[in-house]
Design a protein around this ligand. Sequence first.
Ligand SMILES: [Zn+2]
Length: 131
Amino acid sequence: MMIELTSEVREALLAQAELAHPRECCGIMLGHGNRIAEIVATDNVHPAPETHFEIDPQALVDCHRAARGGGPEILGYYHSHPNGLARPSATDMSMAAPDGSIWAIIAAGRVSFWRIGDAGFEALPYETCGR
Ligand SMILES: [Zn+2]
């Protein structure tokens, strides 16, 4: 599965990671199908935000409500790795629910996309396209 996103969304992900550094940024990715149309930055409410993330639960509730009301679907979640690890960490693997959601990880100035399959996280290719 090829992920599609606008260069605007990609830039926004990189900017969020930079802004939150040395903490992990996190947020929700919205869109339709395999196309990420927008991101919603949320507070990282984890007590150890330098090494972990937890999306603000109220933001999740709001996004689910908006989706039910005809807004974009929640396609997945993003967070950054201030230590530069450009793949899911052991913590991510233990936390991730195999619910088919897309994970984006921002590390070392790059964005990578992942999804949990039978054998753990699989890398998803992506392309940026116009609006
Ligand atoms: Zn992580």
